[in-house]
Design a protein around this ligand. Structure first.
Ligand SMILES: Cc1ncc(COP(=O)(O)O)c(C=O)c1O
Length: 381
């Protein structure tokens, strides 16, 4: 693993081995527009700074230490990850403040977290006393304490405890040996179902207010709550403006994607990650096929409403169907594609695209400026 991870003391973005013009890049390839990436990172950092909120970007979107370092350089306090193994990769790359925002369960994970806690400032998510105990027992046996944040369900209905049960569960967590309750966290992923920008804004405001109230209720029991952590990319700007919120964890904002454009979170010009693909077949006037299928783009649906598998930039035609290696474009009247032509595709969901590729090509002014290793891709345990 070590050689795939550039160390924190190294430069953030390493120059590519050789100068490569975009026309020479083998397809399909994942391109990252560096100017857009840098602007996205700076804007979210500014929004957090303006509201006095700690920014802890979710690294699930890029899984790349080089991009994480740009986020830290812009002011992020640390990173958030989804898996213990992702935390191990980022710790090895020199990141010293990580939050595993997932209900981690089991003594095996507890032992790995104990080893990590020797090296970095660490916290993990929990959403049950039973699950938390599996970690606390490992830390208590070593006379150590693991920082945990209790996950609260603010409407996604995935994991997390119901808001009315937060004080009671927080009390029991605070009393468990081997643990320290650092705070509460939530992910308002139901923001992705928001059909209008107003609906998305309402989800974000509610996310922040619900969490601030829940934290006050726990503090009312005499239990200190240091962190009130919120965040999804659509809801982030609204949730971080709520008094009582202390930390925000958006991930997708570094790249954005077709779903964020459809939700109104950003414009096409704010999308940093695209797929460079070649048209390999035009079997009929209304059908063109590119060399990017589900192995490149994933099969994730467009949000908030289903609508194909990615936008073809500069065209109204969309990818309507994917098999593993083929992406089928429904060619709209008035448009045409020719075999050998290269197109840029904006994927529905950028976070899953990075998980499918070993490296991303950082592009500026039509040239590949850097190759970005996706060091934590596929780290699922
Ligand atoms: C727990 C948690 N926090 C934060 C995020 C970041 O959300 P987004 O990708 O919308 O920025 C996610 C994304 O799935 C998540 O699951």
């Amino acid at each position: 693993m070590e050689e795939a991870v550039e160390h924190a003391s190294g430069p953030s973005l390493l120059p590519a081995d050789r100068v490569q013009m975009l026309d020479d890049v083998a397809t399909p390839a994942v391109l990252v527009d560096l100017a857009v990436l840098e602007r996205n990172i700076a804007r979210m950092a500014d929004a957090a700074r303006r509201h006095g909120i700690r920014l802890r970007p979710h690294a699930k979107t890029h899984k790349a230490p080089a991009i994480g370092r740009l986020q830290i350089a812009a002011g992020a306090v640390g990173l958030c990850v989804a898996k213990t193994s992702e935390a191990e990769v980022f710790a090895t790359a020199g990141f010293d403040d990580l939050f595993v925002a997932f209900p981690v369960v089991g003594a095996d994970k507890g032992r790995r977290l104990l080893a990590l806690a020797d090296r970095i400032r660490l916290a993990v998510g929990v959403d049950s006393v039973e699950g938390a105990r599996t970690l606390g027992d490992v830390f208590a046996a070593a006379s150590r304490r693991l920082d945990v944040l209790l996950e609260v369900d603010t409407g996604l209905h995935r994991v997390g405890v119901a808001t009315e049960t937060v004080p009671g569960i927080a009390r029991r967590l605070a009393d468990l040996p081997g643990l320290r309750l650092r705070g509460l966290f939530t992910h308002a992923g139901h923001s992705y179902a928001g059909e209008t920008p107003e609906a998305v804004a309402a989800v974000g405001a509610d996310e922040g207010r619900t969490m601030a109230r829940a934290a006050e209720a726990v503090r009312g029991l005499g239990i200190p709550i240091e962190e009130v952590s919120v965040g999804s990319t659509p809801s982030a700007r609204h949730a971080l403006a709520v008094a009582g919120v202390t930390e925000c964890r958006p991930g997708n904002y570094v790249f954005h994607d077709a779903s964020q454009v459809s939700l109104g979170t950003c414009g096409l010009e704010d999308c940093a990650l695209t797929i460079l693909a070649t048209v390999v077949s035009v079997p009929a006037p209304d059908r063109a096929v590119v060399d990017a299928g589900s192995k490149t783009l994933s099969s994730d649906p467009l949000r908030p409403r289903i609508g194909g598998h990615g936008f073809v930039l500069g065209r109204a035609s969309r990818l309507s169907r994917l098999s593993e290696e083929h992406g089928v474009i429904d060619v709209v009247p008035g448009e045409s594609f020719r075999v050998g032509e290269r197109v840029r595709i904006l994927p529905n969901h950028a976070c899953v695209v990075s998980n499918l590729h070993d490296r991303l090509l950082g592009v500026r002014d039509g040239r590949v400026e850097t190759e970005i290793a996706v060091a934590a891709r596929g780290r699922v345990q």
